[in-house]
Design a protein around this ligand. Structure first.
Ligand SMILES: *Cc1c(COP(=O)(O)O)cnc(C)c1O
Length: 431
């Protein structure tokens, strides 16, 4: 299995090269050349399969010969060492909790998988180092820092906007040390992202083996298919169609679910639920894609005005908007609506959702009537503790701090301040 660039100017490459490149030399996102649906017997027997067995069957064709079977099994086993429970919220409505990993957001799955793939690809390189450069609005930084900690031959450089991530998120990405370096940027998330993009484009930095750990990297994106299959396995006995509502920012997570559907997973419909950063919802109405600057919201991990993975979704549907609309829709919600949803979920189901999960809940509420015989699953993409102030203030309650968070909260923050691209470049070439 090879990958082609969605800009169609770069050479096709295998899984290993696509992971190491991150983005294709023509700046396009990589996309699988072909998709082979899973066998009927896989879906018939799925209830008997463990998470790791399912993950292995799902990802195998995408890795091909880049990683030997036993090694791939080990990588999956290490990646998936936590649970993905479904919680019933109300009749025909479930939350799929993706936050039981070490940094308590779904990004742990992709980050842990990608880190272990790079560790394998680096196994025999002595001095050569891969530098993973990543911009974060909050959750990616922590997941990548944790996933890549102590991975040999890989150095991770995280850019985050000073004062614009939550205290817990900042601790998660600045306290680990070792091969993880945090650069605190005097600016916004968009500034961080722009600097990272510029570094990838910079001819002077070609020698550095820079790669990305954002969801544009296939090794971070593809494993996000797994939990759609787990949820299907766990709800199959209800004999109902399934609709997924996915809180979306860069649209990597929902795009992985839609890829799972292409492999035969019987999902009836996808809802991309967003905050007021509504580029995709507007596109579906007008047919014209217009990126815009991001606006800050209480669901900050989704403050994205130009979602990078949306081109992959379009590719899955041959760039035919009418075909896409049969499987997919997008709705946007204000912070006010999000807080009201959090309150409603808390008062009726005694369930504490984080702002992102609440946006997902709203998307399903909005569409539910069109799917009277289906169950809706919204993804609970982060633990509410990661947005402690918003959640405690909105719900007027205290959240218990889980062990994973206690472990970092008292550690000392270490970061380097940078102001602009020149300083980043100096750091990369000298550091
Ligand atoms: C990253 C993130 C999202 C958005 O996921 P995308 O794949 O970028 O659409 C949603 N919720 C949380 C909590 C996140 O950290």
């Amino acid at each position: 299995m090879n990958y082609f660039s969605l800009n169609h100017k770069a050479a096709n490459v295998n899984f290993e090269q696509a992971t190491i490149n991150g983005i294709a030399p023509d700046k396009g996102l990589y996309f699988p050349e072909k998709l082979i649906p899973l066998e009927q017997s896989f879906f018939e027997n799925i209830e008997k399969m463990s998470n790791t067995q399912i993950a292995y069957e799902v990802i195998r064709q995408f890795i091909a010969t880049s990683i030997p079977e036993q090694e791939l099994s080990n990588i999956i086993e290490e990646t998936l060492n936590f649970e993905f429970p479904l919680v019933k919220i109300e009749e025909d409505t479930y939350a799929l909790e993706l936050f039981h990993g070490p940094t308590m957001a779904f990004k742990d799955v992709g980050a842990r998988f990608m880190a272990r793939c790079l560790r394998y690809f680096n196994r025999s390189k002595k001095d050569e180092k891969i530098k993973v450069l990543v911009a974060t609005s909050g959750d990616t930084g922590g997941a990548v820092a944790n996933g890549f900690l102590r991975v040999k031959g890989v150095e991770v450089i995280i850019l985050y906007p000073s004062g614009k991530v939550s205290t817990i998120q900042e601790k998660q990405l600045t306290t680990l040390g070792q091969n993880i370096i945090a650069l605190e940027v005097d600016g916004t998330f968009d500034d961080c992202q722009a600097m990272v993009k510029q570094a990838f484009l910079d001819e002077d930095l070609k020698e550095l083996n820079l790669t990305s750990a954002n969801s544009i990297n296939i090794a971070r994106w593809l494993p996000q298919m797994f939990y759609f299959f787990f949820a299907y396995r766990d709800l199959k006995h209800l004999n109902k169609n399934m609709v997924f509502s996915v809180p979306s920012g860069n649209f990597g997570n929902i795009c992985a679910g839609m890829l799972a559907k292409k492999l035969g997973l019987p999902i009836e419909f996808f809802i991309a639920s967003t905050n007021i950063n509504d580029t995709v919802a507007l596109f579906l109405k007008s047919g014209a894609y217009q990126a815009k600057p991001s606006t800050a919201t209480i669901s900050n991990a989704m403050d994205v005005g130009d979602p990078s993975n949306f081109v992959r979704i379009q590719q899955l549907y041959n760039n035919e908007i009418e075909t896409l609309k049969k499987d997919f829709s997008s709705y946007s919600f204000t912070d006010e609506e999000t807080k009201n949803a959090m309150k409603k979920i808390y008062s009726t189901a005694n369930y504490i959702s984080d702002p992102h999960g609440a946006v997902g809940y709203l998307g399903w509420q909005k569409t539910k009537e069109k799917f009277p015989n289906s169950i809706g699953v919204f993804l609970e993409t982060a633990h509410p503790v990661k947005f402690l102030d918003t959640v405690e203030e909105t719900l007027q309650t205290k959240i218990e701090i889980p062990q994973q968070i206690k472990a970092v909260i008292d550690k000392k923050k270490r970061s380097l301040n940078i102001k602009n691209y020149k300083e980043l470049k100096a750091f990369l070439t000298l550091g």
